[in-house]
Design a protein around this ligand. Structure first.
Ligand SMILES: Cc1ncc(COP(=O)(O)O)c(C=O)c1O
Length: 394
């Protein structure tokens, strides 16, 4: 076979969600889609807000010359300014459009950031369980992942993070609200993390960058707030998108914003801008930049996801699962009743329930359940969850 050996290995490693997707398609054909309870994908089913199609129609009617042309690689100035205004509000700190780039989703934003930061062999700390694509993104740019476990409630383990930092540490990626756990880090946790990174960077005499991956920022429950990283740590970069909050994952629209006082700001922004181009993104989609510039005040459908979270928690509790109640995003990550999470997923499949094994997120012994599905699907799966627990224990 002609493909690279490394890619062969990656394909195998990334195969859990894909495998679930493929097996789900077969099951749906066999039993009918309505009889399969598919919790495997983080693909929002809630439609984008009405303001989205209104803005899209308006933008499509704009026939000015050049509207579909190339632009500066960082994006349209007015779009950058609109996103920067929202981020300034969220972070309680003034940010200008020049400190932000429009990107192809959060994935594009993470890639340009890592491309700009990493030299070969540089390490990036990841907090398990985590979005497994981070490993691939880090490898894309010659970096090495260093995985640190979170605590029993998926909170930050400061001792473990401190122990993982060494002369090669260049960055740490955090993700709150979290995929796959639904955990939201508190102000206190972020302040402690900021102090730890500051002390470690000072001791070493080189910056350690905090990359805060926030595509789920708008999806948060119980009146919580998602505290900002900019006020607690200078060398930080926020990456995000409208894939989840506005249900636009296929449109590939996101951003990367740097702290206004970040070390070596001008060269970092220049490197990220060039990375946007040479990684082949060139620039974020023009139409979508125009559209989301108008939607920065649109709210995510929090109430819909919060209600599903409540219903799902009840279903799982009644089935006998014990788990951390999600504080945001749209995932639950319960421990499995048997150690082998892949085997438990097969047992769930016998009940026509699709889940992803925790090992696909660097934490075996768990499953990830996405609630981007109707309440009907969640309630419909209740008997199957109960039966699967009984079957797993027998
Ligand atoms: C934690 C996390 N980060 C980044 C991404 C990528 O998001 P986007 O579709 O905006 O590239 C995802 C997508 O599922 C995610 O869950």
């Amino acid at each position: 076979m002609a493909i690279a050996k490394k890619m062969r290995g990656f394909t195998e490693k990334s195969s859990w969600i894909r495998r679930m997707f493929e097996e789900g398609a077969v099951m749906k054909q066999k039993h009918g889609a309505e009889n399969v309870y598919d919790f495997s994908l983080g693909n929002p089913d809630v439609p984008p807000p009405a303001a989205f199609s209104e803005a899209l129609s308006r933008v499509c009617r704009d026939q000015q010359p050049g509207v579909h042309g190339y632009m500066a690689n960082g994006g349209y100035p007015f779009a950058r300014e609109a996103v920067a205004t929202r981020i300034s509000r969220e972070q309680g700190m003034t940010l200008s459009g020049n400190e932000l780039l429009m990107t192809c989703g959060a994935a594009g934003a993470i890639n340009i950031t890592l491309k700009a930061l990493l030299d070969p062999g540089d390490e990036v700390i990841l907090l398990a369980p985590y979005f497994v694509e981070y490993d691939f993104y880090i490898d894309n740019h010659g970096g090495v992942s260093r995985v640190v476990e979170t605590d029993s409630e998926f909170g930050l383990d400061f001792v473990a993070i401190e122990q993982a930092i060494n002369a090669k540490t260049k960055a740490i990626i955090i993700n709150s609200p979290n995929n796959p756990t639904g955990r939201v880090y508190s102000t206190d946790e972020l302040q402690r993390l900021g102090a730890l990174l500051r002390a470690a960077a000072e001791k070493r005499g080189a910056a350690i960058y905090l990359i805060s991956d926030e595509p789920y920022r708008g999806i948060i429950f119980d009146g919580r707030i998602c505290p900002g990283v900019f006020p607690v740590y200078r060398d930080s970069i926020i990456v995000g998108s409208h894939s989840k909050d506005l249900s636009l994952p296929g449109e590939r629209i996101g951003f990367a914003a740097v702290h206004p006082e970040i070390e070596d700001k001008a060269s970092l922004l220049a490197a990220m801008t060039l990375a946007n181009r040479i990684l082949g993104f060139v620039n974020a989609p023009a139409l979508m930049q125009r559209v989301v510039a108008e939607l920065q005040d649109a709210a995510a459908p929090r109430a819909v996801y919060a209600r599903r979270r409540d219903v799902f928690c009840q279903v799982l509790q009644e089935a006998g699962f014990q788990f951390q109640r999600p504080q945001g995003a749209f995932y639950i990550f319960p421990p499995t009743p048997i150690e082998d999470d892949a085997k438990f997923c097969r047992i769930l499949q016998e009940e026509r329930i699709l889940a992803v094994p925790g090992r696909g997120f660097g934490r075996p012994g768990h499953i990830r359940l996405a609630f981007c599905v109707s309440e009907q699907v969640i309630v419909g799966a209740a008997a199957g969850f109960k039966k699967a627990i009984e079957n797993a224990r027998n």
